[in-house]
Design a protein around this ligand. Structure first.
Ligand SMILES: [Zn+2]
Length: 232
């Protein structure tokens, strides 16, 4: 037996399905907006609302992840939500200026690609913007941490990667960052840069590696937990 009710928590509609269970389970509805909660019978609404508030960071992370996956496979980009440095924006496709340009405003990411542009073209413009934006943001952060850590890199590459947040070729001191970092909070980019630079000192992941990262970024675990998808 179940019962379904609805409440609103911090502007989000929450569907509560009460069942004979012992713990609370949270997930996002397919629309990426509503939250679906399975809760024990005994839990009143305010206890459920409190549990949702406590997990708001996780919910936002799920929303970002959902939006990024959606954008990647979208048949149409116009109107899709897209997170930029952790903040939700909406994609708007407008007529091209002389060159395709991308303008980020509070709440919107405007792609000037022209109505006649193919979807493939729009995705290519978006991908170029991701790379350029991560590069521009990474540059001062990398310069800062190279100074602090007493290191140098020979080359920085930005490209989309599916399983890694970044990589570091220690032999020739080349650093690579995932272009999709543009979707996560900026503290994540800094964490990935420090992580990859640390590989120039300690190649393998282990207690010494964690201690080194923790020395420079004491909150690295929180930053790591904020990353939207699987990295390495
Ligand atoms: Zn690593």
């Amino acid at each position: 037996m179940t019962s379904v009710t609805t409440i609103v928590v911090a502007g989000s509609t929450v569907l509560i399905v009460r069942k004979p269970i012992r713990h609370l389970y949270l997930r996002l509805a397919p629309d990426g907006e509503r939250i679906i909660v399975s809760a024990p019978w005994s839990w009143p609404d305010d206890r459920i609302a409190q549990a949702i508030t406590q997990r708001s960071a996780w919910i936002e992370q799920q929303r970002r992840r959902r939006a990024i996956q959606h954008v990647r496979v979208a048949g149409e980009l116009d109107g899709l939500p897209i997170p930029i440095w952790g903040q939700m924006h909406r994609i708007r496709i407008l007529a091209a200026r002389s060159q395709p340009t991308v303008v980020s405003t509070p709440g919107e990411l405007v792609l000037h690609v022209g109505a006649e542009a193919t979807l493939q073209r729009a995705h290519a413009v978006l991908a170029a913007w991701q790379r350029a934006t991560v590069r521009a943001a990474a540059h001062p952060v990398l310069t800062h941490w190279c100074q602090v850590m007493g290191l140098s890199v020979s080359r920085l590459t930005i490209r989309p990667m599916t399983t890694l947040w970044g990589s570091c070729q220690t032999r020739d001191r080349r650093l690579c960052l995932n272009a999709r970092l543009v979707h996560d909070p900026a503290v994540c980019l800094e964490y990935v840069i420090v992580h990859e630079l640390t590989h120039l000192i300690e190649q393998s992941h282990g207690p010494r590696f964690d201690a080194l990262v923790g020395h420079w970024l004491p909150d690295w675990r929180e930053r790591h937990a904020l990353l939207g998808h699987n990295g390495g």
